[in-house]
Design a protein around this ligand. Structure first.
Ligand code: XIL
Length: 434
């Protein structure tokens, strides 16, 4: 039996194969009226992809799902495009730097087109870049990214409207240099959201409306937004966003959402938004992970908790650091952390040892296997960058390290993880199409 999920992106009904999702998927299918003539197929047909040509593939797929080595041939040709391989399940995205958007990096854009069908601006849609001076908007790079997304037949994701980082100091200042009044900050937020979302109305699929509003214990973070606008600042932002582009999807995005307390905080926040009549389309789990954290179980528990709110889950900023975590550092992605460079915490300046490279491949594989298991609840997985040379991980939480967190090498060579993910997708048996 196969299940079909109605893809928000394109309105198609798509085949999915997560066993845990079969009943839910079938119920959704019946409600949505998708492809009833394809509903009932045997498990072997589905896992084999093309039953006629590859009858022995079902055990391979099942073994792969069970975490065992597959002994038979893969179900289908794994192909050479991550975006196509994962199209039956979720969008596969990447984040582009200003240089990449401007086409100043040789070879990157064709690679992006080959592998990714969702684009996010790594920086150029943040407040600091869009409105560095009050009332003076600079849309040049954001417009270029939109043109690129259209050219590459990819969706565009907006990141981000309200954040306490990469927001110019003037936003929070009054005319006398002291803190802005509530009225003034509200007027600025309103103008920013209306101008930015208005410009891209109908062109951007969804926005990270609020980024990183929570502390690690799930309480509200102390930021100028909260201090000046009050505890309901995020309600205000979402209400303004919903008004500015009623058709855009609205997301809450944060890091370390695998932590139980922070997970609960995010669920509370989303429930409050829903109670206020806001449609929260997605919860973005920034996946700034490492080789040994978080536990897959914690990620799984959060996916389930977020899906239970009715929102889609998105893995929004996936990268996997291979470097040791400094003792003074909190794991996560608080960009305000700035530690001094220590050579002993920068062990791979001349290359990655084979065993660490292997661990990275296995980690990507394990995470994506989990994402596939929950594909009915996950609408997008976005890598936070294309290649290791670009990765912000080289500079966080200390400048000057050499990290290997992404799927492509500094010279754009696909890593073994790419092959592993293509294989994994092929073994999962969904129809490869976009
Ligand atoms: C990072 C960018 O990758 C860097 O280039 C920039 O200097 C700082 O911000 N959480 C987020 C992202 O939501 O916007 C951050 O991106 C990483 C953490």
């Amino acid at each position: 039996m196969t299940v079909f999920k109605r893809a928000a992106a394109d309105g198609h009904c798509r085949a999915g194969a997560g066993p845990r999702n079969l009943l839910l998927g079938l119920a959704a299918l019946l409600l949505s009226g998708c492809a009833p003539d394809h509903v009932v197929r045997s498990a072997s047909e589905v896992h084999a992809g093309s039953a006629a040509s590859s009858g022995s593939a079902a055990p391979a797929a099942n073994a792969a799902r069970a975490g065992k080595a597959a002994v038979t041939e893969p179900a289908t040709d794994p192909g050479n495009s991550l975006r196509q391989a994962f199209a039956p399940y979720f969008l596969l995205g990447t984040a582009l730097s200003a240089q990449q958007i401007a086409g100043q990096e040789r070879g990157t854009l064709p690679l992006v087109q080959q592998h990714f069908n969702s684009l996010t601006a790594e920086n150029v849609m943040k407040w600091q870049l869009l409105q560095p001076v009050e009332g003076q908007f600079d849309f040049s790079a954001a417009d270029a990214l939109l043109a690129l997304a259209e050219q590459q037949d990819s969706v565009l994701i907006g990141h981000t409207l309200l954040w306490h980082e990469q927001t110019p100091a003037w936003v929070f200042q009054g005319p006398d240099g002291g803190p802005a009044s509530r009225e003034l900050l509200l007027a600025r937020l309103t103008s920013h959201i209306q101008t930015v979302m208005g410009r891209y109305r109908g062109k951007i699929k969804g926005w990270d409306v609020v980024n990183e509003a929570l502390n690690e214990d799930g309480s509200l973070r102390d930021t100028p937004w909260r201090r000046i606008l009050g505890d309901d600042f995020y309600l205000t932002a979402f209400a303004l966003a919903q008004q500015a582009d009623p058709a855009a999807e609205l997301y809450y995005n944060d890091f370390n959402l695998f932590k139980p307390a922070k997970r609960q905080g995010a669920v509370r926040l989303v429930r409050q938004l829903q109670a206020a009549g806001i449609k929260v389309a997605g919860i973005g789990m920034q996946g700034h992970y490492g080789l040994d954290f978080p536990a897959l179980q914690e990620v799984e528990d959060s996916i389930r908790a977020f899906a239970a709110t009715g929102a889609q889950v998105m893995i929004t900023e996936l990268d996997i650091t291979v470097l040791p975590n400094p003792e003074q550092a909190q794991i996560g992605a608080d960009v305000s952390q700035k530690l001094a460079l220590q050579a002993r915490l920068n062990p791979y300046t001349t290359g990655l040892p084979a065993n660490v490279s292997q661990a990275l491949t296995e980690r990507y594989h394990a995470l994506f296997r989990l994402f596939l298991q929950y594909e009915a609840s996950i609408s997008r997985v976005t890598l936070w960058g294309v290649h290791d040379g670009q990765s912000w991980r080289n500079g966080f939480p200390m400048q000057g390290r050499t990290d290997y967190a992404l799927l492509f090498d500094r010279d754009l060579t696909p890593k073994p993880a790419v092959t592993a993910l293509l294989q994994l997708a092929a073994e999962s048996g969904g129809e490869r199409r976009e």
